[in-house]
Write a protein that binds this ligand. Structure first.
Ligand SMILES: [Zn+2]
Length: 162
């Protein structure tokens, strides 16, 4: 038997005001994206903003449905929009934030496993890591570079080869 240890790394800031200008502005765009969240069931609004290499910003927000599994997370709404409309303009960074009237959010909301798997696919497709900026409106900011720092055991088709 052998024990293995995997380390992941991320940066933590007290506030988005500590970020550089482009990252700070992307966080404000993620907060803007919250406005179009359709979340009457969870009452949990999530906003995502992608900054592309050209400087273009793409928005996503969670879109719920009365048939619950038909809804989609903010991150995948934005990433699939990117894939459908701007696949040749690489994603440099993605900011994600959330809001609810039900309780105070004091920690960044992290992405679900399905969104991480899609993020992995986008990184692979563009052959370039993406900077993820997660922040709570009244809390710290986590900056995570590359999918390997979020999903170290991510699935890739090369794992299918013996
Ligand atoms: Zn998700």
């Amino acid at each position: 038997m052998t024990n293995h240890e995997i380390k992941i790394a991320f940066e933590e800031y007290d506030s988005i005001k500590e970020l550089d200008k482009t990252d700070y502005e992307l966080c404000l765009e993620a907060a803007n994206a919250l406005k179009n969240s359709h979340s009457p069931y969870s009452k949990f609004r999530v906003g995502a903003a992608l900054r592309l290499q050209s400087g273009k910003i793409i928005y996503g927000s969670n879109q719920e449905n009365v048939a619950y599994p038909s809804g989609l997370c903010a991150e995948r709404v934005a990433l699939f929009y990117w894939g459908a409309n701007h696949p040749d303009d690489p994603v440099e960074s993605m900011a994600v934030t959330a809001q609810t009237d039900e309780f105070a959010l004091t920690k960044p909301v992290t992405s679900c496993g399905s969104c991480l798997q899609v993020l992995a696919e986008v990184e692979k497709k563009q052959n370039k890591p993406i900077k993820i900026i997660l922040y709570a409106q009244q809390g710290p900011v986590w900056v995570i570079k590359g999918i390997e720092n979020q999903l170290p055991f991510l699935f890739f088709e090369d794992r299918l080869n013996a």
